[in-house]
Design a protein around this ligand. Sequence first.
Ligand SMILES: [Zn+2]
Length: 314
Amino acid sequence: MKKHLSKNFRWVLLAAVLFAAAWIKLKPIALVPVAVGSVTPDPTATVVPTVRSTPSPTPTSTSASTPTSTPTVTATIQGQPYEIGLSVEGRPLEMVQFGSGAHHLLIIAGVHGGYEWNTVNLADELIIRLQSGDVAVPDDVTLFILRNLNPDGTAKQLGPDCRANADGVDLNRNWDANWQENWYGSECWSQRYLTAGTAPFSEPETKALSNFILENNIEALMNYHSAGLGIFPGGWWQDQASLNLASQLALVSPYQYPPYDSDCEYTGQLIDWASTQGIAAVDVELSNHTDTDLEINLRILKVFLNYQTYLDSK
Ligand SMILES: [Zn+2]
């Protein structure tokens, strides 16, 4: 009986080993996205998904003052993302550079986080077109693309609840131009309670981006938003450089220009601050909260890249 049991045990053991080996071989391998354009909310979704994974590495710290995450990319390799700062929760703010000409241009996306996640997707699509050479950067131009100013917003959720950064601050009300602590009014976006921060540039995201803009002598910038209001020039309609840029972009797009006027008094805006620094600046609003309008924005990109040529011809 003992010998019989022992023999059965060996058979059971052998069967278990074979089963385990087969299971391991058949088990699917989890794929980890590594591409630059890794922000992939489902572009075919008709309903905004409620939760999405972060496009950036998960931070190891939730404290603004003591971020401990290590930047994943630091080199300024042409066409590859590098870090210009960290978000409140320690996610990298990724910049991508194309070309090395004297005229420095900048595209910014993701300012309003999860509410306007399609702008990050558009930035990634433009980056891919530039990387592949489909779109050429003129010799006298350097183009920078900040693919997501608010990675904490896009990491948390997609939808109006994640317009602000992790401090609850609207990153387009935190700039030093007509900054006001409160801007509420029925004419302005007021679906959720947000703040403008405790002071201009109180947030690490706006601080990092404003430093980058000044240190790199940016001459013109486009700031992507959604949705549907049109193209806004910086400087409250008094900055001729921003007006020129806005009107040139409007020529190749169906976006409303002059933009929809809601009677909102916009406070602390990036483009208005940029205009005070002598930078031609515009907000460009995509058609809705899901599409990237890629073909339209490839046309806009080509006009933007040749903006200096347009200025020289005046
Ligand atoms: Zn926006």
